[in-house]
Design a protein around this ligand. Structure first.
Ligand SMILES: C[S@@+](CC[C@H](N)C(=O)[O-])C[C@H]1O[C@@H](n2cnc3c(N)ncnc32)[C@H](O)[C@@H]1O
Length: 395
């Protein structure tokens, strides 16, 4: 190999032009490629960032050329990438209308087979200042495989699990990159870790190798390493290579790693779990009858309705943090019962006039992949909502 190489275990960055450095990567060695090439957007337009008007110019690397230049650029790097993929490997390319149609044409000309075009819908887009267009709130991500005929890797079940048990669609609602992901510095077009989490989970397994030929701040590598994948990135700007290395360095700290991992896995589409404390005798009765209840209103122990309530799919019953058991909720939503109605069923219900009641499938307790320590929380008796991945590992 020639040129600068920076490494951490499972994390390699080749500094330089990907048109040259891609040639150094072994053929048939890559399981998946994520590429976020220049969108060629930097032509003096304006946008909004943190409430302030800013120029959209990202850097020299993003300045548009002639249509021929943009076509040749995309065709060249896509041609260099294809032989690097294993036969069941896939490539993901993000873009907007400025470049994505050219990318699609090149993929088809080069013998890739297009699998999906994902619409990434940003849940928090900045306003459009010109007021001459609909507000831009999406980016497109083409997913293609190496061969027309040979099949590809797709973790269908994991995507279904992430989507609360129903098929994941090609519209992904994920917020733009957050401040928590910019602690080591900024890149003008940094992608959110949550987006890469889904891409990596869908198309690779633990131990697989992912390549990013325009790696920028190293988002693909950070998400990849958090998920136990190997990463090779190529980036031409020294400043962004250094930023990637700073982002990788902090993963050495186990606490930071865990925090980032939890944040990354917080998916706005993920199914959630109602964690509900019940008295020991009531909990046993709940597990026989399939009813669980919480006090309604703001009394101690009532459910604090917050984001995620609309995606509740499971209930975890415990008594003061002990004997947690996970069950699937039978229906969405809840009913309000009087204390008398609950007492008629044999429950103690004696401290409030009304209760929120939910039904679950008591015939099957679902095993957890990871033990959950409810004692750590100060208020074990308050009903709370947690992501399903806190209980069942989606890796
Ligand atoms: C759209 S950004 C990628 C951002 C990245 N996904 C992230 O999350 O930080 C494109 C990056 O490609 C780099 N770049 C542009 N042309 C390149 C080339 N020919 N070879 C290598 N890197 C290039 C730019 O410096 C820029 O950092």
């Amino acid at each position: 190999m020639t040129g600068k190489i920076f490494t951490y275990p499972g994390f390699t960055i080749l500094q330089g032009d990907c048109m040259e450095r891609l040639k150094e990567i072994e053929d048939n060695s890559i399981d998946a490629i994520f590429a976020d090439p220049p969108y060629f957007l930097s032509n003096g337009g304006i946008s909004v960032q943190s409430g302030k008007q800013v120029c959209v110019n990202k850097g020299e690397w993003d300045k548009g050329g002639t249509p021929e230049y943009i076509y040749n650029f995309n065709r060249q790097w896509l041609a260099l990438c294809r032989p690097k993929l294993k036969d069941n490997g896939t490539i993901w390319i993000s873009g907007t209308h400025h470049n994505i149609h050219v990318v699609m044409r090149c993929l088809q000309e080069l013998g890739y087979k297009v699998l999906n075009t994902i619409t990434w819908q940003k849940s928090d887009p900045p306003p459009n200042l010109s007021c001459k267009y609909f507000n831009f709130s999406t980016e497109l991500i083409i997913w293609a495989r190496k061969h027309e005929k040979k099949t590809h890797k797709f973790n269908y079940e994991k995507m279904k699990q992430l989507n609360g048990g129903s098929q994941m669609t090609d519209v992904w609602r994920i917020p733009a990159v957050g401040l928590w992901e910019k602690q080591q510095g900024k890149h003008p077009t940094q992608k959110p870790l949550r987006l890469l989490y889904r891409i990596i989970l869908a198309s690779t397994n633990e131990g697989d190798t992912i390549l990013d030929p325009f790696s920028g701040s190293g988002t693909t590598g950070i998400a990849g390493n958090l998920l136990g994948r190997q990463f090779i990135g190529i980036e031409q700007e020294a400043e962004f290579v250094q930023l990637s290395l700073r982002r990788r360095e902090v993963l050495k700290d186990e606490k930071t790693r865990k925090k980032l991992c939890d944040k990354m896995r917080e998916s706005p589409q993920e199914t959630t779990v109602l964690v509900n404390h019940m008295r020991e005798d009531d909990r046993h009765l709940a597990m026989q009858t399939g009813f669980t209840y919480m006090r309604a209103g703001d009394s101690k122990g009532s459910l604090l309705v917050k984001q995620g309530f609309e995606r509740l799919g499971y209930v975890c019953l415990h008594t003061n943090g002990n004997n947690p058991r996970l069950f699937k909720l039978a229906k969405k939503g809840f009913q309000i019962w009087t204390a008398e109605s609950l007492r008629e069923k044999g429950f103690s219900a004696e401290n409030a006039p009304y209760y929120a009641v939910m039904r679950f499938d008591a015939t099957k307790a679902i095993p957890f992949d990871q033990p959950i320590n409810l004692h750590k929380r100060n208020y074990t008796t308050v009903a709370q909502i947690y992501p399903l991945s806190n209980f069942i590992e989606i890796k």
